[in-house]
Design a protein around this ligand. Structure first.
Ligand code: FAD
Length: 580
């Protein structure tokens, strides 16, 4: 699955190479690994720095995570203004939307990752990277405990801690198994690069096993039954990739079992891709039916064993089991243990993910920010502040609000409560004062507080939480870095909307998400896309749009060239089925 127009901002972050460096990077492709080597050489001889030894004069910013959110924060941060340290157990950024392509060898794993040290070395200040896992966040003492997971034989401090002035939590999410028995033990996940690589090997194992002598037809069928749990964008894209892999490549290599292969998608909702426009869901279901992919909707998986997957058919209440060779579990995201532990400390134990305000500050603690999949913005309801807004707008204290008085505050209201704009759009209202007309059809010049409340009473129904996508994560990272870069300036010259509860203005504008659309590749060189303005596009041309968007949104020229050459290689030679 994918998104459209991957994130204008993120792309800007990753595209700004001067022509000379593009050329240099291109040269490195042929000399494989030269870049990494050069990086390692540039560190030779530099002093080894203990993170807590330096007495920092600048404010210390610790960033946890090098995914979409963390990386886009680092790309834009003016690192010269802070003492910045980044922590992640993986020393690379992975372009997750292409992970399904890695599972079948359409693109190679290394083509979609960029070493984090390549990214941070381009910043004008020094950013330190520590390859370690955060095991504890202690907001009271402003420090994080870290553990490096290296080979046992390596010597050195594997556990250490960092103190911070500002903490940016960009830890992403983990797979949500909904505590379904047997899932952790018997299913594959598709969340990280290692998962995609494991799936690639396991798919080939299933075929090699199925052709061994001495197996019954039933056993061969079982080995070649690929089940995907979850009909969201990732599950659907993986099913489509697998189908193409089989039809285009494996069928020629394993002709003896070509009639025994089966792909099943199990979806608990009534349709696959149900977060997309109905036309896309229908198109995808029809395409899968034509391709022979079995889509079982309205079924909830209750357990998974090494041989069978058991599910409940919601409409009939029946429980049935189907044998499988490989199961990929792709049903949404859950909270990482370190984040869950932190949420308990700050009184957010009852929440699903870390809750922040519109400025991405974690609620309930100081100087901690959370961005990306690990966080969710709690949007302020206009109804909570309705009387304060009325009072602030009613300048002459007359007890009624005139059109002019309302116009004076309306821009601030729309910035502070973006749901107002969405509500106006949903009701096709041109002007906010149309809300009053909407109330009783009359052309009122003034409203009382009760009328004002009634006019805005439905506005909060437009509040929606943001999806867990790279598009959101990247925009949040960029937004937060711009706040950090202007922190000092904005203290003196606040740029945000007026404070209705107190005097003055907020320092910054609140975060605003801009949706650029979403893709769903469906296999057979066809894709569907939902583009801004309710525009839906499906078919072969959309697949070409997908290729161009994904090529352009690569994190570096190096990965862009690698990905495009992988696609070309696949067209010419097919996918590589070696079990490596
Ligand atoms: P992540 O990108 O997951 O990054 C989390 C970071 O935290 C990683 O660097 C990780 O190593 C690090 N980390 C984890 N634990 C620790 C720890 N204890 N200590 C320190 N660091 C830690 N979104 C789209 O918009 N479009 C798509 O097409 C799309 N396709 C997808 C396809 C797949 C297969 C998947 C899995 C996701 C896809 N997404 C897509 C969703 C997108 O990848 C996520 O929304 C995005 O990665 C979230 O970014 P993040 O920075 O919050 O988390």
């Amino acid at each position: 699955m994918t998104i459209l127009s991957f994130f204008t901002r993120a792309s800007r972050a990753f595209n700004g190479h001067p022509a000379a460096s593009k050329l240099l990077v291109l040269c490195t492709i042929s000399s494989g690994g030269l870049l990494a080597y050069a990086e390692s050489q540039s560190n030779v001889g530099s002093p080894i720095v203990d993170p807590n030894q330096n007495e920092p004069r600048k404010k210390r910013v610790v960033v946890l995570g090098t995914g979409w959110a963390g990386t886009s924060f680092l790309k834009y941060l003016d690192a010269s203004a802070y003492d910045v340290q980044v922590v992640s157990p993986r020393n690379y950024f992975a372009f997750t939307p292409l992970l399904p392509s890695v599972t079948c060898g359409t693109v190679e794993a290394r083509s979609i990752v960029e070493p984090i040290r390549n990214i941070i070395k381009k910043r004008n200040g020094e950013i330190k990277f520590w390859e370690a896992e955060c095991v504890k966040i202690d907001a009271a003492n402003k420090n994080v405990s870290l553990r490096a997971n290296f080979d046992k034989n390596l010597v050195g401090n594997k556990e250490f801690s960092l103190e911070y002035d500002y903490l940016v939590i960009a830890l992403g999410a983990q797979v949500n198994t909904f505590n379904t028995p047997g899932v952790k033990e018997n299913c594959h996940f598709l969340k990280a690069m290692e998962d995609a690589q494991k799936i690639r090997m396991s798919v080939i194992d299933c075929f090699e096993m199925a052709v061994l002598p001495g197996l019954s037809e039933e056993e061969r069928r079982r080995n070649l039954h690929f089940v995907i749990v979850g009909g969201g964008p990732t599950g659907v894209e993986f099913a489509a990739e697998l189908h193409d892999y089989f039809q285009e490549d494996l069928v020629k290599l394993y002709p003896m079992v070509k009639d025994l292969v089966k792909i099943t998608v199990i979806q608990s909702g009534d349709h696959i891709l149900n977060m997309f426009d109905d036309r896309i869901s229908t198109f995808a279901e029809k395409k899968f039916t034509r391709d022979g992919i079995d889509v079982q909707t309205g079924c909830r998986v209750v357990s998974v064993s090494d041989k069978e997957i058991t599910m409940k058919v919601k409409s009939k209440g029946e429980v049935c089991s189907i044998p499988h060779g490989l199961v990929v579990w792709s049903t949404g995201v859950g909270t990482r243990p370190v984040v869950r532990d932190f949420m308990q400390q700050i009184g957010q134990a009852d929440k699903r993910v870390l809750v922040t305000d519109e400025w991405l500050r974690v609620k309930g603690c100081e100087d901690v920010y959370a961005i990306g999949d690990c966080a969710s913005i709690s949007q302020r309801k206009i109804m909570e502040d309705i009387f304060t807004i009325f009072k602030a707008a009613d300048k002459d204290n007359s007890g009624t609000l005139t059109v002019d008085e309302f116009r004076d505050v309306v821009d601030d209201i729309i910035i502070r409560y973006p749901q107002v704009e969405l509500y106006l759009k949903s009701r096709h209202l041109q002007d906010v004062t149309d809300l009053w007309k909407d109330l009783d059809g009359s052309d009122k010049k003034e409203v009382t507080v009760e009328e004002f409340k009634l006019a805005l009473s439905q506005v909060d129904s437009q509040m929606k939480s943001l999806p867990a996508t790279a598009q959101v994560a990247a925009q949040q990272g960029t937004y937060l870095s711009s706040c950090f870069n202007r922190r000092e300036h904005c203290k003196e010259h606040p740029e945000g909307p007026r404070r209705f509860k107190s005097s003055g203005q907020h320092e910054f504008l609140p975060f605003r998400y801009k949706h650029f659309g979403q893709f769903a590749p469906l296999g057979g060189e066809q894709a569907a896309a939902e583009l801004p303005g309710d525009w839906v596009s499906m078919g072969h041309s959309t697949q070409w749009l997908w290729y161009s968007v994904y090529a352009s949104k690569q994190v570096s020229w190096r990965t862009r060239v690698l990905v495009v050459s992988d696609w070309t290689r696949r067209f010419i030679f097919g996918r590589d089925s070696s079990r490596i």
